[in-house]
Design a protein around this ligand. Structure first.
Ligand SMILES: C=C1C[C@]23C[C@H]1CC[C@H]2[C@@]12CCC[C@@](C)(C(=O)O1)[C@H]2[C@@H]3C(=O)O
Ligand SMILES: O=C(O)CCC(=O)C(=O)O
Length: 376
């Protein structure tokens, strides 16, 4: 009998059947930097922003976290724990679908959405120990896209779409709230926040993309990698990690990976490259990666916010110090993705490639992806 075509797909790798990590999935250089516990008190404790705090205190915490870490744990955000539990249950159900069903929705080359490794994987010859599914939660596309996984619709399909629709509604509102907090953390007054919105319509036009990750348990977790070190390219991301930790943030001086503790009900918020540009480098994007473990499957979910494809993102006037010129030129998201692709192949920093001047470049001094992922 001929091999079913989905099993010939090079993206298909049966993690469950793997008794060892094959060369194709073994990454060198994973232990070049120490890993420290970001859940223990001290200088490596991942900052926490609790939205139940007094607004001025929350603004202050966001400012410090975005300037010093490019990430923080968000608690007290008001998205009900019961909804998050239903979301995680649905994500687990999607990944438990038979391989043939999942491969029907496989991401084609250049596609934004679909099943399989995330777009970043195309820059590396090694494979990651994970499966992913990217989709737009916007009502216009959600139900259409999910029919690839569940062609006959039915109960599982409906439940998945209902839960994701509700999650998107709540997250999109939370994103608006957080955007305002970020702008205030930059020092903008209420009036300035309103006039930025009137001029740029950031909140109004911001788009959301969801990327689900499944990291199967791994027989040799020290040789494998769930998700390669990267910065997110958009404005900011909410990451929901299940009770199994695995997310690590990169920090400098000394270079180290900070393991983000799994805090039930909390989101990790990451600053992305386009927000780095919007804030003229005041808030910096953060390198992060996901590791796998021996005994437990892990799932995580990224809710990515960014501009619509045609929008030019340039530093906010209010974020540029008086008498200075903006550190970055204007770019659209698709244009920036093109720059980043070039950066990956040459080992350069994409942010430096869109720096406005050499002086600004020095100001925006950042490690290139190559420094972090290939210093072997
Ligand atoms: C809206 C987004 C943001 C994407 C691309 C697209 C959908 C999937 C996102 C991710 C998720 C995994 C890491 C990353 C680096 C990847 O390869 O795919 C992300 C990327 C980005 O932040 O650039
Ligand atoms: O699995 C994680 O915790 C990280 C997820 C992530 O970084 C992503 O989806 O971009």
């Amino acid at each position: 009998m001929p091999t079913p075509s989905h099993l010939k797909n090079p993206l298909y790798f049966d993690f469950r059947a793997a008794r060892r990590v094959p060369e194709s999935h073994a990454w060198p250089g994973l232990h070049d930097h120490p890993v420290v516990d970001g859940g223990a008190p001290g200088p490596d404790a991942v900052p926490v922003v609790d939205l139940r705090e007094a607004p001025a205190a929350a603004v202050d915490r966001v400012a410090r976290a975005a300037e010093q870490w490019g990430a923080f744990l968000l608690t007290g955000h008001g998205v009900p724990a019961a909804l998050l539990a239903r979301v995680e249950e649905q994500v687990a159900r999607l990944f438990a679908l038979p391989a043939a069903d999942k491969m029907r929705a496989v991401r084609g080359p250049g596609d934004a959405c679909g099943y399989g490794s995330p777009p970043i994987s195309s820059f590396f010859s090694k494979c990651m120990w994970s499966e992913g599914y990217t989709f737009s939660p916007a009502p216009a596309s959600l139900r259409r896209d999910l029919r690839k996984l569940w062609p006959k619709a039915g109960q599982d399909y409906n439940t998945f779409c209902d839960v994701m629709e509700e999650f998107h509604k709540q997250m999109r509102a939370l994103a608006d709230k957080l955007l305002e907090l970020f702008l205030k953390a930059l020092g903008l007054t209420d009036d300035q926040v309103s006039s930025v919105e009137a001029e740029r319509r950031i909140a109004e036009t911001m788009t959301a993309t969801m990327h689900l990750n499944w990291y199967p348990r791994c027989p040799d977790p020290r040789r494998a990698l769930g998700l390669i070190a990267h910065t997110d390219s958009g404005f900011f991301t909410f990451v929901l990690q299940s009770l199994v930790p695995g997310l690590q943030l990169f920090r400098h001086a000394p270079d180290r990976w900070v393991a983000v503790p799994a805090v039930p009900g909390a989101f990790v918020v990451n600053v992305g490259d386009l927000f780095h540009i919007l804030t003229n480098g005041r808030f910096h994007s953060v390198y992060h990666r996901a590791v796998v473990n021996r005994d437990l499957d892990r799932i995580s979910l990224g809710y990515f916010l960014g501009p619509p494809p045609h929008a030019e993102v340039a530093p906010l006037r209010e974020a540029v110090p008086p008498g200075r010129s903006p550190a970055y030129r204007a770019v659209t998201w698709p244009e920036y993705m093109g720059v980043r692709k070039k950066a990956f192949t040459t080992g350069a920093s994409a942010l430096k490639m869109v720096a406005a001047t050499a002086e600004a470049e020095a100001q925006a001094e950042l490690p290139s992806t190559a420094t972090i992922i290939s210093s072997r």
